[in-house]
Design a binder for this molecule. Structure first.
Ligand code: GLP
Length: 272
C-alpha cells in the first residue's frame, strides 16, 4: 500500500484529484467508484476546477457510488444522490445516465443489490475506487464485522456511524439506520483504490488500516490484500503511523523514479 502524507486537507484533495484526472485523460471511458462524506469534497472541487479551467472531459466517464441510505428518495436533501449532484455532477459535463448511486427506495432490496453488482460488471468493473473511512475503520458502510468477501447488500449502521453522520441531518434521530452498500469484496475487485482521510478523528482508523492486522473489525484493513491502493492522508490523520518516515522515503524514491532520477537512488551511481 502506498501512503502519501500531505500537509493539510486541501493538499489531499489536490493530490487525489491528480490520480483521478490522470485516469480520465488516459481513459476517457473509465469507470470511477465514488464516495460521499466531507473527505472527498476537496478532491471534487479540484476536479470541477480542472473541468472548467483545463477542459477535463467527463462526457464518457461512468460512475458508481459506494452507498445510499435506505428510505431516502433521490430528491431527499441528505440522500447521497443529492450530495453527488450538488457537490460534483451538476458542475461537470458528465452524462447523468452514466452516474449510478444505489436507490434507497428500492422495494426488493436483495434483487436491487444484485442488479447493482451486475451493472458494475456490465461496465467492465471499476477502474478506480475512491474511499473515505469511518472513525471505526469502515469503508463505504461496511461496519465492523462485515464479511471481507461481502457484496452489495443491506447493512445496519453502528451507533458510532449514526452519531458521526448526525451533523448532516437534524440530529441522530433523523439519521437512517440502514444503508445499501457495496461490499468489501465488491470494493476489492476495483482495479485501483484511492483511500482518503483527514483530521485527528481518523488517525486511529488509519493506523489500524495501514499497520494493523487484516480484520473484519476494521474493514478498511482488507485493503492490505489489494494490489494497488494509494492512501492519501493529511498530517493529522497520519499522526499515529509508526512507519511514517519510511512512507516519506518511499514517496521520495517514487518522485525520483517519475522524474527519471533513478540513478540517484543507487549507491555509487549519483552524478550530482
Ligand atoms: C460514511 C460513508 C463513508 C465515508 C464516511 C466518512 O460512513 N458511508 O463512505 O467514508 O462516512 O465520512 P467523512 O468523510 O465525512 O468523515
Amino acid at each position: 500500500m502506498r501512503v502519501i502524507v500531505q500537509s493539510d486537507a486541501a493538499a489531499v484533495g489536490r493530490t487525489a484529484a491528480r490520480f483521478v484526472a490522470t485516469l480520465v485523460r488516459e481513459r476517457p471511458t473509465c469507470v470511477l467508484g465514488l464516495a460521499t462524506g466531507s473527505t472527498p469534497l476537496g478532491m471534487y472541487q479540484e476536479l470541477i476546477r480542472l473541468h472548467r479551467e483545463e477542459g477535463l472531459d467527463f462526457s464518457r466517464v461512468v460512475t458508481f457510488n459506494l452507498d445510499e441510505y435506505v428510505g431516502l428518495a433521490a430528491s431527499h436533501p441528505q440522500s447521497y444522490r443529492q450530495f453527488m449532484h450538488t457537490n460534483l455532477f451538476a458542475h461537470l459535463n458528465i452524462d447523468q445516465r452514466n452516474t449510478h448511486v444505489p436507490d434507497g427506495r428500492a422495494l426488493d432490496l436483495d434483487a436491487y443489490c444484485a442488479l447493482y453488482e451486475r451493472q458494475i460488471a456490465d461496465e467492465g468493473g471499476i477502474d478506480l475506487q475512491v474511499l473515505g473511512i469511518g472513525t471505526d475503520g469502515h469503508i463505504a458502510f461496511n461496519e465492523p464485522g462485515s464479511s471481507l468477501g461481502s457484496r452489495t447488500r443491506l447493512k445496519t449502521l453502528t451507533s458510532e456511524t449514526v452519531a458521526d453522520n448526525a451533523r448532516f441531518f437534524g440530529g441522530e434521530q433523523d439519521v437512517p439506520r440502514l444503508a445499501i452498500t457495496m461490499g468489501v469484496g465488491t470494493i476489492l475487485e476495483s482495479r485501483r483504490c484511492l483511500l482518503l482521510a483527514c483530521g485527528p478523528t481518523k488517525a486511529q482508523a488509519i493506523r489500524d488500516t495501514v499497520e494493523g492486522p487484516v480484520t473484519a473489525q476494521v474493514t478498511a484493513s482488507a485493503l492490505q490484500l489489494h494490489r494497488e491502493v494509494v492512501t492519501v492522508i493529511d498530517e493529522e490523520a497520519a499522526a499515529l503511523l509508526v512507519r511514517r518516515d519510511y512512507y516519506r522515503e518511499v514517496e521520495r524514491a517514487q518522485e525520483l523514479l517519475e522524474s527519471g532520477g533513478l540513478r540517484r537512488l543507487v549507491p555509487g551511481q549519483s552524478t550530482s
